[in-house]
Design a protein around this ligand. Structure first.
Ligand code: PMP
Length: 409
């Protein structure tokens, strides 16, 4: 892959920040959008903008066709059996909330819901709330010494009382790819529903929901080169049939009388009100953009960058890297001894290097790691070894500044 020419597709990356060339290493938070995605949004608003599904005029038909084409592209992208298994939402967070709310009636006081200690708050707090509402028990699977999921602990916690197992496909802190097939087999063995948070996976690796045997799979457009405000809730048709809609109103109804309403078929019954039409179309354009390279090639590119970065990071005195070091994604969380991550991230920004500092919405994992926060650099298709070199140089300059800076100044 010619990363130098791929970079040219991203106008935002051409700028300077603090008088330095921008080195964008925060794609795990939000990825940048290439020109074809920006153009798809512009084209929609300049030519086809209208409300979907209820108009007979030409623009409404075009908007509807483009929106439904995006659904088909999304289904193909994750190998769903049919486009009707794709529900457009606002984000991963909204998708998981709708699953947790929609399953409420199936969860009873003696049941158990199993998540893991590495979950993003989006795949933890909705389950905490469901447990609270229903009286079910919430259990968290632990990590082993390698900071991977402890499968023995999973086998202990997933038992005959378990009704839901909700797990990240890829951790947004440890960068580790979780063994979905193994955990899924344990869940299905006891008849539990397998919910996969794919926010950090769908943008970066090939995802096949049928091969994973996921009952639900959630992800966000803005982490895969589409805009904010569009997300995906995939569900096996059998599970979508058991899910109660969380929102009611226009677009999702079939017939309404004064006191009652019937609903449209799946997936439209879950999409109440006017949806994010341009967001869905842009997601379709992002899928086209990613697909020309292939998700396997993108995954390998990020693995190579991580393999290039890890020894350089580990060679820095006082740097602690979290997660297994032979991880398979480009998410690298670390800390520098004696320097608060927020101070380090601010110093790196002065060098034009954009990385994230904080708890990454994974406070139970931070507690487990014994820290309040970490730094996190994350790679995507448009990053190359030069970006890694700039990161390493900026970390060294930051350390120098915090260790000796005031004497030299
Ligand atoms: N899960 C994981 C693993 C994430 O990394 C994120 C985003 N940081 C989310 C869920 C939530 O995504 P969103 O904010 O787009 O809903």
């Amino acid at each position: 892959m010619d990363i130098e020419s791929i970079k040219q597709d991203f106008p935002i990356l051409k700028q300077r920040v603090n008088d330095e060339p921008l080195t964008y290493l925060d794609s795990a938070a939000t990825a940048q959008m290439p020109t074809p995605v920006l153009k798809a949004i512009e084209h929609y608003y300049q030519h086809d903008h209208a409300n979907v599904h209820r108009g007979t005029h030409t623009l409404a038909q075009r908007a509807t066709a483009a929106y439904e084409t995006a659904r088909q592209k999304t289904a193909a992208f994750i190998n769903a059996k049919q486009a009707e298994e794709i529900v457009f939402t606002r984000s991963t967070t909204e998708s998981i909330n709708w699953i947790a709310q929609g399953l409420s009636e199936l969860i009873k006081p003696n049941d158990a819901i199993v998540v893991t200690i590495m979950e993003h708050h989006s795949n933890l707090v909705p389950w905490q709330q469901l447990a609270k509402r229903t009286g079910a028990e919430l259990r968290l699977i632990d990590l082993n010494d390698r900071q991977e999921l402890d499968l023995n602990d999973a086998a202990r916690k997933i038992d005959s009382r378990t009704k839901v197992v909700a797990i990240a496909h890829v951790s947004n802190v440890l960068g580790v790819v979780n063994p979905i097939l193994k955990i899924g087999a344990m869940a299905h063995q006891v008849g539990a529903c397998l919910v996969v948070d794919g926010a950090q996976a769908a943008p970066h690796l090939p995802v096949d929901v049928q091969a994973l045997d996921a009952d639900f799979y959630a992800f966000s457009g803005h982490k895969m080169m589409a805009p904010t405000g569009i997300g995906v809730l995939y569900g096996k048709m059998a599970w979508l049939n058991r899910l109660c809609p969380s929102q009611f109103g226009g677009e999702m109804i079939d017939q309404v009388t004064q006191q009652t309403a019937t609903f449209k078929p799946i997936p439209w019954r879950f999409e109440a009100g006017t949806p994010n039409i341009s967001g869905a179309i842009a997601l379709g354009a992002a899928i086209d953009y990613l697909s020309q390279f292939g998700m396997q090639a993108i995954a390998e590119h990020e693995q190579e960058l991580a393999a290039y970065a890890i020894p350089k990071l580990l060679a820095i005195d006082g740097l602690t890297l979290y997660g297994p070091q032979d991880r398979h994604t480009g998410v690298l969380a670390f800390n520098l001894a004696g320097i608060h991550p927020h101070d380090a991230a601010t110093a790196l920004d002065l060098e034009g290097v954009a990385i994230r500092a904080g708890h990454h919405c994974a406070q139970p994992l931070m507690d487990y790691l014994g820290v309040n926060a970490t730094l996190r650099a994350s790679f995507y298709l448009y990053n190359d070894q030069k970006d890694v070199d700039r990161l390493i140089d900026a970390i060294k300059a930051t350390k120098e500044f915090f260790e000796n800076g005031f004497e030299q100044a």
